[in-house]
Design a protein around this ligand. Structure first.
Ligand SMILES: CC(C)(COP(=O)(O)OP(=O)(O)OC[C@H]1O[C@@H](n2cnc3c(N)ncnc32)[C@H](O)[C@@H]1OP(=O)(O)O)[C@@H](O)C(=O)NCCC(=O)NCCS
Length: 175
């Protein structure tokens, strides 16, 4: 059985490998793993990282999507930035456990509203079932959301390469 723990730097190489396989090279930069504002949980079994979840607490006024201001209130917002599971470990419940654990942690920190941006490719939105089960609601879908970001930061999308042509689906949850 695995345990859900806080990220520590000894796991850097393993989380970077999962991020590269699941999101593409360069999408999560090395600095992201050392950013003090990030809340990172990992699922670990026998010192092997099975998956990770990254969240950040944002101020309402700094929300990336203006549409969120009509459904959220002027208090801290937990943004679920990335959720990824090692390819060999998918569909075993690890992703759902990581998301539930990070939501609990954010609630303990006094956060009561959340949002996430999910990739939609030809096969659909991989995270949709997990977020809907956790009481998120779909807000909007944005076409070619990472197009200019993928060029500016020079990363290869794991689904469509560069530039990224995936859409973003924005989900939110409010207590
Ligand atoms: C999305 C991801 C984190 C899911 O993790 P996981 O451990 O495989 O998911 P779980 O086993 O906890 O599954 C939870 C639910 O999601 C569904 N699900 C899992 N992977 C899915 C996929 N690729 N497409 C559609 N639904 C999926 C499962 O069927 C399950 O629903 P069920 O309980 O009704 O059967 C994992 O597939 C992944 O790393 N994907 C690549 C990165 C990514 O797209 N991250 C999300 C955006 S940040």
């Amino acid at each position: 059985m695995y345990s859900i723990q806080s990220y520590k730097k000894e796991y850097l190489r393993q989380v970077e490998t999962i991020a590269e396989l699941q999101f593409g090279k360069g999408y999560i930069s090395c600095d992201d793993w050392f950013d003090k504002d990030r809340i990172i949980l990992v699922a670990v079994k026998d010192e092997k990282v099975l998956g990770f979840c990254i969240a950040v607490i944002l101020e309402y006024k700094n929300l990336a999507h203006i549409e969120l201001q009509s459904v959220l209130t002027d208090s801290p917002v937990g943004m679920i930035k990335s959720l990824a599971v090692q390819p060999g470990q998918i569909r075993k419940g690890v992703g759902a456990k990581l998301l539930e654990a990070i939501l609990r942690l954010l609630v303990e920190k006094g956060v009561s509203q959340f949002y996430t941006e999910a990739w939609r490719d030809r096969k659909g939105t991989r995270i949709e079932k997990i977020v809907l089960k956790n009481n998120f609601t779909k807000l909007i879908e944005k076409e070619d959301y990472w197009y200019s970001d993928s060029l500016k930061r020079n990363y290869q999308c794991s689904v469509c390469g560069q530039p990224c042509r995936c859409n973003a689906v924005v989900y939110y949850r409010r207590e």
